[in-house]
Every structure is written in C-alpha cells, then in structure tokens.
Write a protein that binds this ligand. Structure first.
Ligand code: UDP
Ligand code: MG
Length: 324
C-alpha cells in the first residue's frame, strides 16, 4: 500500500482471472458509476495471470480510462493475493474491493460510502438475494457464514461478498493469503474497528465461468481455523502452553509427594499406587507442552515477520492517474 495515502481518494480494487469478455462492460459500468460521485477516485485492476485476453483488454482500457491502473501477475496466484496486490498499489484512504465479473454492482458504491461517512471503518456488502446456484453455492455459504460468525463473534451475514469498503488504516498490519480476504472485517473488528453491513445487489454471471466450486468451502473453513489460531495466540503462545506445562509439573510434584507420604506413613509401597506413574506422565506431558509452546511462539513470530513479504510476482504495471 502507498505510504502516503491521498485523503479523500477512493481506490477501487478488482482482481480478474480469465474475464476477457467482462473487461469492457465492467469498465463502462464502473466508470459511469464513479463519474456520478463527487469524490476523486482511481481503479486498480489486477490481472491474476489470466490465460485468455484479459491482460490485453485491460491494457487497451487504460487508453480510454486515465484513472485506471493495471497490475499484471506472471502467473495465477488467487483472488486474495490479487486483491492484496491491488491494495498495495492503491493510493486512496478508502479501499473498495469488488469482483470483476459484474456480479457486484458498481452502482452500490455510494451505499457503502454513505455508511463510511456515518463513521464506520468497514462496510460489508450483503448479497441478500444471491444469484448463484442454490445447492452448490448459496446454501453452503449460508452454513459457512453462520459458522464464521459463531467462531469469530463478529456478526455479519455475508463474509464472502467481495464488495466492501474499508478505511485504509484497518488494512494495515497484516497480509492476506489463502481465502483470507473474507476475514478482513474480523481482523478489523478484533482491533476495535466499527463495522456494519448494507444489502447490495447481486447479478448472475453473464460472461465467463466461476472459478470456484464446493471445495472452496473447505479452504475457507481451514483458513478460519488459522485466523482463530493466530488471533488467539497473537499475544504469546508460550504463556498458554507454558502455563499448561507448569500446571502439569505442579500435579506431578503433588502426586510424587503423595506417593512418598504413603510410603513413609502408611507403609504403602510406591509400586502399589498409580501416583508414580501419574507423576511421570505429568512431567513428560508438561515438558512436551512447554516445547510445543516454544515452537508455536517461533511460528507466530515468523508469521508476523513474514507479513511484509509479497506472495505474488508482478510482470508489469500500467500506472493511471487518480481523477481530479
Ligand atoms: N479471481 C481471481 N483469481 C482467481 C479466481 C478468481 O482474480 O484465481 C477473480 C475473478 O476473476 C472474479 C473474482 O475473483 O473477478 C471472483 O471470482 P468468481 O466470480 O469466479 O467467484 P464467484 O463469484 O463464483 O464466487
Ligand atoms: Mg463471480
């Protein structure tokens, strides 16, 4: 992300993978909607290593739209990474990601902005009437949404809707990968951001094919576990595992003391009670817990230190100029 964001500038970020027939209608609908706004804007479209003519169509579009920046990846990395690259190239202090297949409607952008103006930091679109296959997409995503909001404690109805609006500051401090773009409101909420949602339109895909199927649900749920783990242990995993290890050492001590007491005063031989075995097991498990704590601590540190690194390779950038 640009180090010195331009105050009041709107940055629309759009990842595209094999969307050749959507580029022109998208640009025309998007720039129509943006010119109706009274704010300056820029659009960053990221070609996520398309194998069709998306990159060429995008390059041609920069001739017509001055505010369009096009970032092209060397190979397909995924929607989240493409979105991250778009955010990295954004100069605005308001970031609005959306899909490149016109399933999101650019005419909804003012609804999101109105909520930001009310003082919210994150506004999430809610596809109340989702136009995707009910059995393979809409129904599984209802279950996933329920699970995500239960696990995270952040009540949103539609995490998967790409159309969202963020104040720039809520996006700094972490990198996105896997399926994590949908979890940004959760990170933001955990850090104290004010979040809300607005119902937005959703259209059936007209050109090209969806890149996702049922297997995405599994990826989303696995990423949810990672998010939960990271934020639980963002503090110090060594405190959690080390504390458990210490507790087990205390149990081992009392169990050993109990065994010795029985031997000395009750004349019960150590072999006749399970206390010695319990004590030994507690010592071993306690040591394993402490070691696990150390490993988790290292992992979390490496994770946070790797945050500055990008997980995509850029082939070319055509830089546009924000509108005045
Ligand atoms: N996308 C991408 N890289 C990928 C897969 C998808 O940039 O590897 C883009 C895609 O071009 C579209 C958006 O992400 O602009 C959402 O993808 P899609 O429409 O396939 O998802 P769906 O709407 O079916 O959930
Ligand atoms: Mg789509």
């Amino acid at each position: 992300m640009s180090d010195t964001p331009v105050a009041g500038l709107l940055s629309i970020v759009i990842p595209l993978y094999n969307e050749e027939d959507n580029v022109d209608p998208l640009c025309s609908a998007l720039f129509d909607a943006l010119t109706c706004l009274t704010r300056p804007y820029e659009v960053i479209m990221v070609d996520d290593g398309s194998s069709d003519a998306t990159a060429q169509r995008l390059a041609a579009a920069t001739e017509c739209y001055r505010a369009l920046t096009v970032v092209t990846f060397r190979r397909n990395v995924g929607q989240t990474a493409a979105m991250m690259a778009g955010i990295d190239h954004a100069q605005g202090d308001i970031i609005i990601p959306m899909d490149g297949d016109l399933q999101n409607d650019p005419r909804d952008i003012p609804l999101l902005l109105a909520k930001l103006d009310e003082g919210f930091d994150v506004v999430s679109g809610w596809r109340k009437e989702r136009q995707d296959d009910a059995l393979t997409r809409t129904f599984p995503s209802k279950i996933a949404n329920w699970l995500i909001s239960t696990v995270s404690g952040v009540p949103l109805s539609d995490y998967g809707c790409t159309l969202k609006a963020y104040r720039r500051e809520v996006l700094s401090g972490y990198r996105l990968y896997g399926e994590m773009h949908r979890f940004v409101p959760i990170y933001a909420r955990w850090q104290g951001a004010r979040i809300t949602e607005v119902p937005v339109r959703h259209h059936p895909r007209v050109a090209g094919k969806s890149k996702y199927g049922l297997n995405r649900i599994i990826k989303v749920l696995l990423d949810l576990m990672v998010v939960k783990f990271l934020t639980q242990f963002e503090t110090k995993p060594i405190y959690v595992f080390g504390g458990l290890g210490f507790f087990l050492f205390v149990v081992a001590f009392f169990s050993l003391a109990g065994g010795i007491w029985l031997r000395l005063f009750e004349d019960i031989h150590l072999n006749q009670t399970p206390l010695m075995l319990l004590s030994a097991m507690c010592v071993i498990t306690g040591m394993m817990c402490m070691l696990l704590g150390l490993v988790a601590e290292l992992l979390v540190r490496i994770y946070f230190e790797s945050q500055g690194k990008t997980n995509y390779t850029i082939k070319s950038v055509i830089r546009g100029q924000p509108s005045a």
